[in-house]
Design a protein around this ligand. Structure first.
Ligand SMILES: NC(=O)c1ccc[n+]([C@@H]2O[C@H](COP(=O)([O-])OP(=O)(O)OC[C@H]3O[C@@H](n4cnc5c(N)ncnc54)[C@H](OP(=O)(O)O)[C@@H]3O)[C@@H](O)[C@H]2O)c1
Length: 345
């Protein structure tokens, strides 16, 4: 079977296709035939060897996935051969509270990911896909879709009367817009591109702000809300934007902290900006909440909501398995809006 390995990242992107023996599922395991995967910002740092010591890496990249059950090991009861499924990459988080120890078992983070024809996975995290959902659509959801779902619906506890601000038109932010509109909230979205903002208006955004033309975008949020501010801000960018996220908040506002600042070209994580100008968190009763993707239960809830409300992810381009390098280059170009998918036929 064919798979991609990250390769030697000392000179940057080194993604390479390799042949591997067909794996065999053991007790409680499933042979997963992957039919689509997708790219996320975090995948890019792993693929480019940023934020860690660069060097040879045989791990298979990419955390998003959708496909079919191709075989089952002894004792598997959750799924059967032929089922259409997908799974979260922090696979041990099934329900309840997050535990940081779950990061140690991370598909694509600490073990092989899904840019391969087949992979052995445990049965526990597998979730059945709605009949009408394509593999391409389902392969956009595990990271960006679920993180935005957690931020808006679970941790954010958004209500129809809320004003929700979401930053940029990347995967997480566009899903944030879709989940916020699902519950009837008012959405303000930012972008560096007016053309992308037009697309967001067509998708239901109530107001748009170009953050290049208006670097103090928090002032624009206040102006758009009669000086009140936002109830929820999805910080999909990082600590560098935290001050403005807080300044954009109404009293009692919540900032969902999702994005880690992009790794600098010197492969170092950037130093967060000074916190001197933060608004008074106490007087304004503000909350900053970290968000870590989501559990299997949240994933199931999200799939149900998508099926009932006929919500489709915003997919910018679909690449063939043989063109994975081109998909990565397209992600790097900054042109894309929403998600980039790789189909595995
Ligand atoms: N906490 C978690 O569990 C979790 C899960 C998933 C992702 N993340 C993190 O969330 C972040 C976003 O991920 P993603 O997959 O959505 O990334 P992505 O699809 O690559 O989106 C990147 C987008 O961010 C926007 N952007 C960049 N700088 C910005 C700025 N200063 N202000 C506003 N927007 C800006 C750009 O939008 P425009 O092109 O419109 O300008 C860009 O297209 C990443 O840091 C990722 O690591 C965290």
């Amino acid at each position: 079977m064919k798979a991609y390995e990250i390769g030697d990242t000392r000179n940057g992107l080194a993604l390479r296709m390799v042949e591997r023996p067909m794996p065999v599922p053991g007790p409680g395991e499933v042979l997963y035939r992957i039919r689509a995967t997708g790219l996320n910002a975090r995948d890019m740092t792993l693929l480019l060897g940023l934020g860690r010591e660069p060097g040879p890496e045989t791990r298979v990249p990419l955390m998003d996935n959708a496909g079919e059950v191709a075989g089952v090991g002894p004792g598997v009861t959750r799924v059967k051969v032929g089922d259409r499924v997908a799974m979260t990459h922090y696979w041990q988080w099934l329900d309840g509270a997050w535990d940081v120890k779950m990061r140690e078992q991370d598909f694509a983070g600490t073990r092989d990911g899904f840019l391969a024809e087949y992979l052995i996975v445990p049965e526990a995290p597998l979730v059945h896909l709605p009949d009408e959902m394509s593999f391409e659509s389902a392969s956009t959801l595990q990271s960006a879709g679920l993180t935005a779902w957690n931020a808006v619906i679970e941790s954010g506890r958004a209500r129809p009367s809320d004003v929700i601000v979401t930053l940029g038109t990347g995967g997480v932010s566009v899903f944030g817009l879709q989940w916020a509109k699902l519950i009837g909230a008012r959405v303000i979205i930012t972008s560096s591109s007016d053309a992308k903002l037009e697309r967001m208006t067509a998708l239901g955004a109530d107001n748009t702000i170009n953050y290049r033309a208006t670097p103090r975008w928090s002032d624009a949020v206040l102006a758009l809300t009669g000086g009140r501010g936002a109830d929820i801000v999805l910080n999909t960018v990082g600590m560098g934007e935290m001050e403005q996220c807080l300044l954009a908040c109404a009293s009692g506002g919540r900032v969902m902290y999702i994005g880690a600042n992009p790794v600098a070209p010197d492969r170092k994580m950037p130093t967060p900006t000074a916190l001197a100008n933060f608004p008074n968190l106490i007087i304004k009763d503000l909350t900053i909440k970290g968000v870590t993707v989501g559990s299997r239960r949240m994933f199931e809830d999200m799939l149900k909501a998508m099926a009932v409300n006929k919500i489709e992810p915003v997919i910018d381009r679909v690449f063939d398995f043989a063109d994975a390098q081109a998909a990565v280059a397209y992600m790097q170009s900054g042109e894309k809006l929403g998600k980039v998918v790789i189909r595995i036929d």
